[in-house]
Structure formats: structure tokens, C-alpha cells
Design a binder for this molecule. Structure first.
Ligand SMILES: NC(=O)c1ccc[n+]([C@@H]2O[C@H](COP(=O)([O-])OP(=O)(O)OC[C@H]3O[C@@H](n4cnc5c(N)ncnc54)[C@H](O)[C@@H]3O)[C@@H](O)[C@H]2O)c1
Length: 358
């Protein structure tokens, strides 16, 4: 069994930067135990075994740069520590629908080239760097670009971790294709470590488990990075809203009527940077229909919240590759993602995941 886990990154933005800097942090602190959200060791792998083998972007300022430079280039803003010199050069990916209107003037795409030419180059780069795992960190709304990369995963037999709300693992046709090709896929749309979705899910489940009747609920999210700026374009948000809303609805005994649940990215507040603030409210009825009202404010570093989840997903995907397990990984997707093929209560998903390792 090869100890190193080679990964490819699609979209060298803030999530990628935080993930890479986090791995470096643990390399610099071998004594630190806290990693991921599951175990220090997953199937014999530690986060320090993860190595970026290739990376792709469309940003003129990032393509052609080595990874140790590209991850700090604006509009990226994660700057926790410096990483050592890397010999991975960021390669060009196809643009498709990657950049929405709010990123115009912020991200300037490198000149377009024919898709077939890019595809050849990408497949060659992936094959050259050896079997591994692709992580999709494209902006919300990148439907076509994500489908392109899912095809690449199928063709190269690299596992696919779909961190964004474009439905691949949770779509029957795609899941069947991954199953047929015996390539693992974990998706879709990662759940933060202690993010708004998981907190809202747990509280929604609590109201149901305690027998109260939830009458309405909202979750408003604000942040100041490019992810939030991009999400100002409501047309790009449809699947994000579905993903976040279904994730909470799935924990209730009876789903709320659409007019009684409002969940979604809500605004861009530039000075917040990578700080994400979620405001949640759950209102319901108790004994004798007497009302109650629960309010929560959660403030987190959006990228620290994302890193540990992907550290787990990567190691799980590697275990699946080692064991030649393909298709949508049901338990891992339910535990780590907002819109998995099968929604489960989080404790059930965790048990399912433990079973996967047995
Ligand atoms: N807590 C979290 O951060 C969290 C949680 C769940 C999901 N997500 C999702 O993860 C994704 C990444 O988030 P982020 O904060 O890193 O975003 P980001 O805007 O910082 O990074 C996106 C990167 O993709 C690049 N890109 C755009 N179009 C491309 C294309 N066609 N091909 C290759 N690269 C392209 C951009 O240049 C940029 O470098 C988003 O979809 C976000 O919604 C994040």
C-alpha cells in the first residue's frame, strides 16, 4: 500500500489554500493530534500523507505559477502560514460556466483554448502524477465545468470529491456511471466541521426528537470572500439553496412547507473576509401550543471550517481506492456532505462510516 495520497485540486481558491496551509500546519506540528472530524488515522493514513500532485484554475494570475505562490494570490485571502516551495505548476482548466458576473474584474480568466486540447493536456498531467483523488473546489454555479471534471475522473479513474453544490454523487445517472467505472465519488457540497448546516440540522433534529412542533425556521449567512460575492448572483444559487434546505428538512419528522423555511447564502459583506456569520432562528410550539423561539449566531473562519472535512474525505476516498470500491460512497457522503445520495441523521451516518472501515 502506497503511504502517500496524491490529490489534484480543481480551483485554487480560498478552500484549496486553507486545505494546503492546514496540511503544512500539521507537518510543522507533528505532535498535534487534532485533525479532520473523525480520527487521527483513517485506514492507516494521516493528513500529513496528503500531497498535492496537480492543480488547475482559470485565473490569469494563478495559471503558470507554482502552488506555493498561487495559493496566496488575490482574491485568495487565507494567510495562516507560509508553505515550502512546490514544484507543482497550476495548469489551465476549461472555463465553461466557472466565473459568474460578480467575479468579473476580480478574476481575469486566462485566454481560452480549444477544449479538446486542454482535455488532452489535463489527462496527460493527471496520468503523469499517478493515481489519486480529484477535489472539486469550483465556484457555486459551475455546472458544466463540474461535469467536465467528473468525466475526467471517470476517464482517469481518479476518485472524485465534489465539495460544491452541483449534483453528481447524488444524481442517479452520475452515481451509476461511477459505479460502472468502479471509481469512488463522495459528494455533494461539503458540510463544514462546525458549520451552519450541521448546527441547524442538529437543532432541527432536537426540536423533533423532543416532540415539539417546529413552525418555521431561517438561516441567514453572510461573508466577505469571493464565494459569497459569487453567490450574490441568485441564478447560480439554485442548487446551493436546495442542498442547504434539504439537509435541514431531512432531519424533521415532517418537512416544513416551503414558505416556512428559508435557508441560504444571504449577503456579501466585504470587510468580513473569510469570516462567515450565520444567524439561525427556530420557532415552534410546545405543550398546549405555547410558542418558543431559539436564536443562534455562529461565527467561524469559513476555510478552517472546510479543511478538516476534506482531510477526512480524501483519506476515505484513498481507502476506497485501495480496496477497489467504486460508485457513490453512501455513508461517507452522508456524514461529510450536505446533499448526499442518501440523507441520514448525523449519528447514523457516522456509524455507517465506521462500518465502512470495518
Ligand atoms: N466552508 C466552505 O468554504 C465551503 C463549504 C461548502 C462548499 N463550499 C464550496 O467550495 C467551493 C470553493 O470555495 P472557495 O471559497 O475556495 O471559492 P473561491 O472563489 O475562493 O475559489 C474558486 C477558484 O476556482 C477558480 N475557477 C473558477 N472557474 C474555474 C474553472 N472553470 N476551472 C478551474 N478553476 C476555476 C477561481 O479562479 C478560484 O481560484 C465553492 O463552490 C464553495 O461554495 C465551500
Amino acid at each position: 500500500m502506497e503511504k502517500k495520497i496524491k490529490i489534484g485540486i480543481i480551483g485554487v481558491g480560498n478552500c484549496a489554500s486553507g486545505f494546503i496551509q492546514g496540511i503544512e500546519y500539521y507537518k510543522q506540528h507533528p505532535e498535534r493530534e487534532v485533525v479532520g472530524i473523525m480520527h487521527q488515522d483513517i485506514g492507516g493514513y494521516d493528513v500529513r500523507d496528503i500531497e498535492v500532485a496537480c492543480a488547475f484554475d482559470v485565473d490569469k494570475n494563478k495559471v503558470g505559477k507554482t502552488l506555493d505562490e498561487a495559493i496566496y494570490i488575490k482574491p485568495n485571502m487565507v494567510d495562516w502560514l507560509r508553505v515550502p516551495k512546490s514544484n507543482v505548476v497550476v495548469k489551465q482548466g476549461p472555463l465553461y460556466d466557472g466565473l459568474g458576473k460578480y467575479l468579473e474584474g476580480i478574476v481575469e480568466p486566462v485566454g481560452e483554448r480549444p477544449i479538446e486540447e486542454l482535455k488532452k493536456e489535463i489527462v496527460a498531467e493527471i496520468k503523469k502524477t499517478g493515481a489519486g483523488i480529484l477535489i472539486n473546489y469550483l465556484p457555486v454555479g459551475s455546472q458544466k465545468a463540474t461535469e467536465f471534471w467528473a468525466e475526467i475522473a471517470l476517464e482517469t479513474k481518479w476518485a472524485f470529491i465534489n465539495a460544491i453544490p452541483v449534483f453528481i454523487a447524488s444524481t442517479k445517472e452520475w452515481a451509476e456511471r461511477f459505479e460502472k467505472a468502479n471509481v469512488p465519488v463522495i459528494g455533494d457540497d461539503m458540510k463544514g466541521m462546525v458549520g451552519a448546516t450541521i448546527v441547524h440540522r442538529v437543532l432541527a433534529k432536537l426540536t423533533a426528537d423532543r416532540g415539539s412542533e417546529l413552525t418555521n425556521t431561517y438561516q441567514l449567512n453572510v461573508g466577505g470572500n469571493t464565494d459569497f460575492k459569487n453567490m450574490l448572483e441568485r441564478e447560480r444559487l439554485e442548487s446551493k439553496k436546495i442542498s442547504k434546505t434539504e439537509s435541514v428538512q431531512s432531519q424533521l419528522k415532517k418537512p416544513l412547507a416551503p414558505e416556512n423555511i428559508h435557508i441560504g447564502p444571504s449577503d456579501y459583506v466585504q470587510f468580513l473576509g473569510n469570516t462567515k456569520i450565520a444567524f439561525m432562528r427556530l420557532r415552534g410550539k410546545m405543550w398546549a401550543d405555547i410558542p418558543y423561539d431559539l436564536e443562534v449566531k455562529l461565527e467561524v473562519d469559513d476555510k478552517a471550517n472546510a479543511g478538516g472535512v476534506i482531510a477526512d474525505a480524501v483519506r476515505i476516498a484513498k481507502v476506497a481506492l485501495d480496496r477497489k470500491i467504486g460508485g457513490a460512497l453512501i455513508g461517507p457522503s452522508a456524514y461529510l456532505m450536505k446533499h448526499p445520495p442518501v440523507q441520514m441523521a448525523d449519528n447514523v451516518a457516522k456509524m455507517d462510516l465506521e462500518k465502512f472501515f470495518e
